[in-house]
Design a protein around this ligand. Structure first.
Ligand SMILES: [Zn+2]
Length: 388
């Protein structure tokens, strides 16, 4: 007989693998696959060909039919470098009603509960299928989930409702903004600033692009938000530049200017429309720069893009989570997740997981024993529902 581990035992194992985003997660994936196999559960791994030290893992239990509930988590965690920990971050330690360890909250606690639920669904039998989907590289721009979702399609019957277990205190979170960012590199033409009209200052041209963002923000703020937008704080799309570099001297028109322009796009608007609007302005300013000197130019590269999660009308995932938790509140969050990526691929998706996002990424990260137990109770109810 294969050993059945408790959720806490599984979380302890998962936390022991230091799967910081830039490191390998294969030992963790090996362990998950071996544990599932010990219970007779077939699982699939998708290895990223661009970085073969990372993989996603997914599995299906129950009847081979469409309509599964999909439990989705990420296996990577943020670094502990420079943080002061009172205990070993990769050893789960219980103190004061809390389980401490890197990832206990974000989000190996949920991953452990999902693995536990999958094994129980297989042992007890279910009439409606359950799937597990564990990704990587979530913490560095949600880049691991899209290829995983694509790889799942031909191998597993299509799931109906995805629960992304990011820490939400077990509340049903139905929306978040999308995030899209553009590395913007202006190349000007250097002259002595006394001959300003013959040079192209990359800094001053970059300032025009940044001021374009100011104008869009003012317009967006002044517009009346729609019903969906009104759920968000603020209820409009924001354009932002956090850092600017460029220039070498006060009296030289700057040859270089560089910044990342990012947009937090409110659901109901398209990130691609904002991309098009920004690129149109870039091309317009670039043409004016080139009219002064043909060597000047603006190079723009998209560096991250996470689709928003749009609250669904009568969403199946939301309805399921609400019926299991009894939570009828309206919740949206300000961080990006993989839920929007599942939704973009045609799944109904909701965020619901144990723990408080405030503890994520912190030194001495923890999940309370009570929240972990609430997650466990949620999974037991889910199993009952799948058996009914
Ligand atoms: Zn997370």
């Amino acid at each position: 007989m294969a050993t059945v581990l408790t959720p806490l035992e599984i979380m302890t194992r998962l936390v022991s693998f230091p799967t910081v985003s830039h490191e390998t997660n294969l030992p963790l994936v090996d362990w998950v696959q071996a544990y599932l196999a010990s219970h007779g559960i077939e699982s699939h791994r998708w290895v990223d060909p661009r970085q073969p030290h990372k993989a996603a893992v997914f599995a299906h239990v129950g009847p081979r039919v469409e309509g599964a509930v999909v439990l989705s988590g990420h296996t990577d965690v943020v670094p502990v470098d420079g943080q002061e920990w009172q205990s070993d971050p990769f050893t789960v330690e219980e103190r004061d009603g809390k389980y401490f360890g890197r990832g206990t909250c974000d989000m190996k606690g949920f991953d452990a509960l999902a693995i536990w639920a999958l094994v129980e669904a297989h042992r007890q039998g279910v009439s409606r299928p359950l799937q597990l989907a564990l990704s990587f590289d979530e913490e560095i721009g949600c880049t691991g989930a899209p290829p995983m979702i694509e790889a799942m399609q031909p191998l597993l019957p299509k799931g109906a409702a995805v629960i992304v277990g990011e820490p939400s205190m077990m509340q049903a979170v139905t929306g978040h903004k999308g995030i899209i960012g553009f590395d913007t590199h202006l190349t000007g033409f250097e002259v002595h600033s006394s001959l300003l009209h013959t040079g192209v200052s990359a800094v001053m041209q970059g300032a025009r692009l940044i001021d374009w963002a100011n104008q869009r923000n003012a317009e967006n703020m002044a517009a009346e938000p729609g019903e969906v937008q009104a759920m968000f704080e603020p209820p409009w799309t924001t354009a932002h530049v956090g850092t600017v570099t460029g220039g070498t001297a006060n009296n030289i028109t700057a040859k270089e200017c560089r910044f990342v322009m990012d947009f937090r796009v409110v659901p109901g608007e398209n990130a691609s429309d904002w991309e098009a609007a920004y690129l149109a302005e870039v091309r317009r300013i670039e043409a004016e720069m080139q009219a002064i000197h043909p060597d000047s130019r603006i190079d723009v590269q998209r560096v991250f893009a996470v689709p928003g999660l749009v609250p669904e009308a009568e969403g199946r995932a939301e309805a399921l989570v609400r019926s299991l938790t009894g939570d009828n509140g309206t919740h949206v969050v300000s961080y990006g997740t993989e839920a929007g990526q599942f939704q973009a691929a045609g799944y109904s998706a909701v965020i619901c997981g144990p723990g408080d996002i405030a503890q994520a990424h912190q030194p001495n990260e923890y999940i309370t024993v009570a929240q972990f137990a609430a997650g466990h109770a949620f999974m037991r109810k889910l199993l009952e529902r799948l058996q009914g």
